[in-house]
Design a protein around this ligand. Sequence first.
Ligand code: ASP
Length: 587
Amino acid sequence: MFRSHTCGELRESHINQKVTLSGWVQKTRDKGFVVWVDLRDRYGITQLVFDEDRTASALLDQARSLGREFVVQVEGEVIERASKNANIPTGNIEVLVENLTVLNSSKTPPFTIENETDGGEDLRMKFRYLDIRRNPVKNNLIFRSKVTMEVRKYLAEKSFIEVETPYLIKSTPEGARDFVVPSRMNEGQFYALPQSPQTFKQLLMVAGMDKYFQIVKCFRDEDLRADRQPEFTQIDCEMAFVEQEDILNVFEGLTRHLLKEINGVEISAFPRITYDDAMRIYGNDKPDIRFGMEFAELNDVAQHKDFNVFNSSELVVAIAVPGAASYTRKEIDALIDWVKRPQIGAKGMVYVKYNEDGSYKSSVDKFYDQEDLAKWAEATEAKPGDLICVLSGEMNKTRTQLSALRMELASRLGLRKPNEFAPLWVVDFPLLELDEETGNYHAMHHPFTSPKPGQLELLDTDPGAVRANAYDLVLNGNEIGGGSIRIHDKGVQETMFKHLGFTPEEAKAQFGFLMDAFQYGAPPHGGIAFGLDRLVAILGGQETIRDFIAFPKNNSGRDVMIDAPAPIDQEQLDELNLKLNNIEVTE
Ligand code: ASP
């Protein structure tokens, strides 16, 4: 028996008991006549004691020779500590060791296994198994496990069935590139790894499974943006015989269940906002509504003077920044530089200080009088002491720019509080999105999403205006889930593919199996998928999803621990009948 107790378990009630513990040596303190060792496992730390009076000298020497991260087993007696440590749950006791077995030695770890470590990100990723021994990382993984357990509990209780779908499949269109896997047995042919189990979960509805879920890996070969992972986990769900309202209710319930069980927060009905309103009021389809700073469109009250910048703009739009009228000239200039950075791309920014005394001071005093500025203040609901920031230009671009400014200022002002949760549904998304470069429309969600009732005809005349039965769940400015009511009619699905630029042959080749299935009694159905990594990070009050993934990839999509991706042998290439052009196969 390696242990009778864990290292986090012993209390004063165990005093005088003989126990066996196993774990890692966190640290050793040698005072000469007495040696203390902190023994650690997943559950906590127990202090071991060896001393000249009570410990055989060979055993004392053995204790002295222990290095950091040695794996040891000890037998001994639980005793009361002379000097107690109120900071840890085992702080009132220690174990007087009678027997010590070194189960394994350890090289000195490349960084300290402490809450605050001296190891940089790269080093910690290379030795992730050591990083996971640290409390912050370990606790995040435990937290994640707790979240997934609660997800399963809630969905099982609602009669969902967990079904595994294959990883070696054919392309599913979620808008990214596929990772592909060559097939040795089918020369020249490739599997694609699923970007999501979308088509399979729809087939499970045709199959009569009624309520499906899966906590599942998805793979998307995207150019890596900060904190995106090429493989990530979804809570993927689908239900038959449902309308949008049914889906929103069930999954609002799931989110509420998690917030309550995990965070102890009770939230009443989630607000709903249409996509158009979200764009108009927040310039963003995943608005953070923990703070105000809602957009006010100023065209009516700002385009009547000789200020050409505004007069020639499609949109003049502003936010009131609480308490920021006290910003110095230098601070405001820095803000203007910030919006002019290429990443944001604004041409400039007009500002109005709404002074505490009720007067206004603006960067456009030459054009606008106090009465004009008062109207802007009214529109933005500014209060004395606020700073009104105004951007102008082409509508969509300007909204995006002001949204970026709104989020930046909210972060700077500490308004994005990690322990405050503000979920909302964004509904009525456009069905199609115009690709500015190619001039083609593509599905905003995916090609299986149904248009709103009665809008199918609009596809021919005004495709951009067609709204979809599609919805996103947004939490604290992050899209944590998205889904739709699906097309379940073969003819409608064919029409949809046509509008997306597929020839009938292409559609059949790629999705014939789904359209065939629709001929055998496909029920009305719909679903949603949550991004588990991000959801867990937000519930955990953090932003970085990598911190909640046991073995994440870095920003270049590499696993630096196992060193992947990596070249493969010529022999393997030959077996797969693959020829690499212009690539030196190294190693
Ligand atoms: N498959 C979709 C996605 O991955 C989610 C859904 O429509 O259920 O975003």
